[in-house]
Design a protein around this ligand. Sequence first.
Ligand code: SAM
Ligand code: FES
Length: 348
Amino acid sequence: MTAIVEELRRGRNLPEAALKELIECADYDEELFRQADEVRRQYYGTDVYIRGLIELTNYCKNDCFYCGIRRSNTQAVRYRLSRQDILECCREGYALGFRTFVLQGGEDGYYTDDRVCEIVSDIRAQYPDCAITLSLGEKPYESYLAFFKAGADRYLLRHETADETHYRKLHPPEQKLSVRKQCLWNLKKIGYQVGSGFMVGSPYQTTENLISDLRFLQELEPAMIGIGPFIPHHQTPFGEYAGGTLTLSLRMVAILRLMFPYALIPATTALGTIHPQGRELGLKAGANVVMPNLSPVKVRRLYELYDNKICTGEESAECRGCLEKRVASAGYRIVTARGDVACKSRRE
Ligand code: SAM
Ligand code: FES
């Protein structure tokens, strides 16, 4: 059991069959989690970075079949945060120790390049010691460049699935995998710390698809890798489909930690939604980031990507306190640094 996990850890390019076995077979889990935790401690000690998530809009022009805020969901109650609302979230977050703000939203035309740049440069001016992460979907090269020049440092854009056929099953024809991948390459070229990732257990996903995801990430070498279980949303075409499992999600986190020892890997809200200790287990499997919600409580329930999302009722301070305890109970410690990516060769 140890040899194959050891090989992965040593950076060997495991053949398809070995990767398949690791992904499908529970026998390796104990060793996988043990070694993943060892590696995360070598690179990051027990540090867990916190990112304040501000969900600025649930309007979206896209129609991803899995997503609760897709444009065809006519029952979704839509909202947008103003520049003042966003700055107020940052003010509150800064006081709670957040040094990274993540501005995430649907692809909403209201947030023109000028509006985004104005918001980013305001945050940059008021909080020069903070990282600004954007997660606003697919944009032209020039827009990404303008946001970068305005002061954004990082960008999160999950590739969702690296397999063309699978991508087609999750999205309408006008949404293209080639465009999404090109966006990621553009972001890298501009100089962003880039985050990508995928859902675990999305409809029609095969082990081969997951292997393609790992291969694509090997090419891209992102600083951040966000994965979480697919969770059905009752007002989407996939409302009746099975969700991703805790076991497979944790296994993929551990595999990612071994393959990308330097990466920033969140224990996601989706993981916390499918199991009461999901995020703690994610940390133990190799994750080193948590992203509590800083959005105003009045809109939290409306950013409903999937059913039963956790932490939609709590004030930011409550969430922060709760996470502090949860992280400590798992044997790690929240740090309030910006939390940039570790050097690839760093071993402490
Ligand atoms: N519009 C931006 C984008 O496309 O990257 C950011 C918002 S998008 C809602 C953020 C992520 O939510 C997606 O990358 C997707 O992986 C995840 N997501 C959407 N629906 C989900 C679901 N039903 N279950 C789990 N994750 C979901
Ligand atoms: Fe938000 Fe626990 S992390 S209530």
